[in-house]
Design a protein around this ligand. Structure first.
Ligand code: NAD
Length: 459
């Protein structure tokens, strides 16, 4: 049994009141975590440490990011094991997706920071230059699906730009953030710059969002929660970044290359048990290839190594959508049932025959459930793809027309003949109800700093 503790001012602190952390692999209690309700101490430590941290040069802070990357790399197997135990995802996914990317987040932003160039704007009679100041103390709130991966995606750029941090991982998956705080101790990272607090979202998360000394909130999570966060933070004029839910379309055109499309479409639907905001869970297939494509897709999905969903509670939600799909006229082509063993296991599920505007095919399920739809023209595919309230991501599979379709999809990111192929310099984020703002490269650095323009005229 692991005892997760808060990390405040460089000290590990436990609380009397705790929550249980349950593994979805077998429903065993694997850890206790502090039920934090107040972040005043953490914020004070962050304020006290920020001045010195913010006064380091960007290269000095980049060196610290590299040291963090080094210690994460050294402990990558432990991180993958903890992540796998906490989320239920197969070890390989935890190792090659989560742990690997957590290291890369620090490595990437260290390099990116060193490569930053001056932003200057010449006028005929004057010169402007932009300096980027730290915001001060920033709040980082992340979900359970890619725990350390998504938290470090915020921590690395926030640190690089000279901020101190109050970070809150999901209460469902606290283990790797706790391990991370121990590794910061190991490398003597400046105390108080990174503070990690654990507990329920509406308690400690809300306390972060409403704290007057936390000047920016970077939030990744569900759209409903994002709305609550925005309603608190916006009237306080906090900087706000919201990475929210999605219901992404995968479009398979009549000229798709089956050899890459079949595994690609299956992976985009079911990687991490469909619990990635970018997963393509509405699969639109051109009518001329539908009958040939679908059996190949079902076979591919049947052969995938898929873990449980995050919790029994979440499985109940996923199952309720499968029941709803039946009422809405859907036919279950694959799966549809729970797997009868301890934990939160459920069969990967493929549903056909639903109207494209049905609830099952337009609401975010966030589990191993996809719906299949056929279309007869490019225009129809685009109309279906754009008909949800979300606009996060999508993919198009076509030998010739991918780009022209991609540019007409209303979402922040579209992949053509690939999926989740990430370059960390590019903008990441959604439109419509999928969020506000962008992360990645300069977008993250812009968010985590105040751009100040100095206009100089020679006397
Ligand atoms: P969630 O919204 O329930 O929780 C996210 C985080 O917010 C957790 O740490 C939670 O404790 C905290 N929280 C909850 N209530 C809060 C409040 N009132 N104030 C402050 N914080 C609060 O989301 P989840 O179930 O953990 O994650 C799944 C969701 O996240 C899905 O909708 C998924 O699409 C989305 N997501 C989006 C992205 C993206 O980049 N757009 C990435 C991953 C996941």
């Amino acid at each position: 049994m692991i005892r997760v503790e808060n990390y405040i001012g460089g000290k590990h602190v436990s609380l009397q009141e705790t929550l249980d952390d349950i593994s979805p692999l077998d429903s065993a209690i694997i850890a206790t975590i502090p039920r934090t309700r107040n972040v005043d101490d953490a914020v004070q430590c962050a304020i006290d440490s920020q001045k010195e941290w913010g006064s380091l040069s960007i290269d000095q802070r980049a060196d610290w990011l590299d040291r963090i990357a080094d210690v994460l790399q050294k402990n990558i197997e432990d991180i993958a094991k903890l992540e796998s135990m906490d989320t239920g995802k197969p070890y390989e996914v935890a190792r090659n997706v989560d742990a690997e990317r957590s290291v890369n987040n620090f490595r990437f932003f260290a390099d990116f920071g060193r490569g930053m160039t001056d932003e200057t704007f010449e006028m005929k009679d004057a010169m402007n230059y932009v300096i980027r100041k730290p915001i001060g103390v920033v709040g980082l709130i992340s979900p359970w699906n890619l725990p350390l991966y998504l938290l470090t995606w915020k921590i690395a750029p926030a640190l690089l730009m000279g901020n101190s941090i109050i970070a809150k991982p999901s209460e469902i998956t606290p283990l790797t953030a706790h391990h991370f705080s121990k590794l910061l101790d190991e490398i003597d990272f400046p105390k108080g710059v990174v503070n990690i607090v654990h507990g329920y979202g509406p308690e400690v998360g809300q306390a972060i969002v409403e704290h007057p000394d936390i000047k920016a909130i970077s939030f990744t999570g569900g759209t409903m929660t994002g709305r609550i966060v925005a309603s608190t933070a916006a009237p306080m004029f906090k900087k706000l970044s919201l990475e929210l839910g999605g219901k992404n379309s995968t479009i398979v055109l009549d000229d798709a290359d089956f050899e890459s499309a079949v595994p690609g479409v299956a992976r985009s639907g079911f990687l991490n048990s469909g619990q990635i905001c970018l997963c393509g869970s509405r699969i639109l297939i051109h009518e001329s290839i539908y009958d040939k494509f679908v059996p190949l897709l079902l076979e591919e999905v049947s052969n995938m190594d898929i873990g449980p969903v995050i919790s029994e509670e979440h499985r109940t939600k996923v199952l309720s959508y499968i029941e709803l799909a039946k009422q809405e006229g859907g036919q279950i082509l694959l799966g549809g049932k729970i797997i009868d063993k301890p934990g939160a296991w459920i069969e990967p599920t493929v549903i056909a025959g639903l109207p494209t505007n049905s609830r099952t095919s337009t609401e975010e399920i966030f589990g191993p459930v996809v719906t299949l739809h056929s279309f007869s023209s490019d225009d129809e595919a685009i109309e279906i793809a754009n008909s949800t309230e979300y606009g996060l991501a999508g993919s198009v599979w076509s030998k010739k027309r991918g780009r022209q379709i991609a540019e007409r999809i209303e979402s922040g990111m579209v992949w053509v003949n690939t999926w989740l192929h990430r370059d960390l310099r590019v903008p990441f984020g959604g439109v419509k109800n999928s969020g506000v703002g962008r992360e990645g490269g300069m977008w993250s650095l812009g968010f985590f700093s105040e751009a100040i323009n100095i206009c100089v005229m020679e006397p």
